[in-house]
Design a protein around this ligand. Sequence first.
Ligand code: WTA
Length: 654
Amino acid sequence: MTTFESVLQEARLFAPSSAFMEQSHIQGLEHYKRLYETAKADPDTFWGELAIRELHWFQPWDRVLDWQPPFAKWFVNGKLNVSYNCLDRHLFNSRANKPALIWEGEPGDTRTYTYAELHHDVCRMANVLKDLGVKKGDRVGIYMPMIPEAAIAMLACARIGAPHTVVFGGFSAEALAGRLLDAEAKLVVTADGSWRKDVINPLKIQVDEALADGKVPSVQQVLVVRRTGQPIAMDPERDRWWHEMQPTASPQCPAEPMDSEDPLFILYTSGTTGKPKGVVHTTGGYNLYTHITTKWVFDLQEDDIFWCTADVGWITGHSYIVYGPLSNGTTTVMFEGAPRKSNPGCFWDVVERHGVTIFYTAPTAIRMFMKLGEDLPATRNLSSLRLLGSVGEPINPAAWMWYHRVIGGGRCPIVDTWWQTETGGIMITPLPGAIATKPGSATFPFPGILADVVDMQGNPVPENQGGYLVVTHPWPGMIRNVHGNPERFHRTYWDPIPPKDGHYTYFSGDGARRDEDGYFWIMGRVDDVINVAGHRLGTMEVESALVSHPAVAEAAVVGKPSDIKGEEIVAFVTLEDAYAPSEDLMKALKNHVAKEIGAIARPAEIRFSEALPKTRSGKIIRRFLRAMAAGEAITGDTSTLEDRGVLDQLRGER
Ligand code: WTA
């Protein structure tokens, strides 16, 4: 593993400045250690005290944790509402007129909502959803641009107890249909279109396509927000405009008291096999976990302007644009645009214009900015920034150093945060006033998180040796189930590593090592998940998309290291007899995958071959394909191969 080698030599250490430490929530390593040890010795008391202190409950819980592995219940019988914690409670203190959400659209239009205004609109949307027949427990699909109404829709769902399932606006109609179908969504909130790199992404047309021919029978209504303004077709039976319903909807809607374990949302994510999994998160544990991680990891202060650049369609957007910051009463920034030819410096304009103090982005973006050069950030005033974050994939030390020097002006701590859709919130991370950072290391587990690096039997591996990253005790933000498929939940996360001394072990699917100082270094996926520009894609999903094309007999997909994107997709394809390899076919197949899944899954390369390397039992040997895609020599045992000629042939195709 190349990243393994390079990070091994990383010895630079960046201690928090005393100025930063003095104003932070967790001050110094000793403070962190104390918290960590307290939480480890008695997790129930640790989480229970935090839940009382940090959240509003309509009814207290009887028990902090009911753990029937692998099923956890947190804050048993407690009643609360996440939308209440994100909005209402701030109205009674001095935050009613504080900006809750600062939004900027790609064309440069902006809107700011105070907490009172956001509360108003969330209540209205909640009432509209109720008018359209949505009841507690009904699922609502959200397929939206990065506009305030996306957050408003999420909070409105939370308010009435209708779990949402947000589908990233870049996913295709097919991918949308699959998710809506699996979640049995009753209603979809969407927009006419979204701005994406100066063109309109026609969201409503994709919704129409997804719902055509009764493909998703559960969906009865579609609520459409006007964003881009181009003419669209409205089905008079099914479709309603938000701007027509909003003015008459009451701005009063009491928050429904939800059971702590009632589902808050389902979010689909890629796994090793089969279709994307519906990761289920519930109310109390998720609210507490995203709240406290936002507060401590980003060291929130009352006047912070917090900008997480993720899309709300991903878990990062759920937890660190919407729920975590708003629960803390912070001002959160939402930006529709993306750096593009016509405006490559737009991110730095947003920082300057809104005085962003905390900036949270992905390594793939940082590497892109490195390539664009230092002029773009240098010509903007970035002096408001005081803390930087990274998420989505391992950050290579060179990108870390650039981020620190060029964006952070050498003064901002960097929090490299490891976590997953399944974990709900940040798990391994520096606490910026407490932990000295090493470029490329996510450092230590958050207090209350028991993480380890183990072998396949669950035994801890020696320091500096790679192993599987696991979590050995439940935590409030953990995945509760795979929607409609508890068996898959079991198999994916809890079966791979056997229980140790009766403790069930959560298998993350990532590899890691710990160095001589106990720092965690994440090495990336150990399974067949590809991380393209911080987006998780299962090889199986892309392969299924390819073989659904009539020309394709068989396909195998692997990740290939890429300077900017981390990984990109290389597909090995064998064709049906009637088809011959050609440039046109290559293009057609790439477009086909983009249409089936979304542009993020478009293969960077397609290689045609007459056969794929397989074991005698017919299993494709991806190791060989990965090496071939990366242009590396094939090493190791090739004796398992059924037909060794295949490798020569594949090489010949290069
Ligand atoms: C990867 C995104 C290294 C990892 C929050 C994980 C990281 C997957 C980091 C989850 C990091 C995320 N360092 N790798 N700081 N953060 N990853 O579900 O492989 O979209 O398993 O959640 O991203 O991706 P997901």
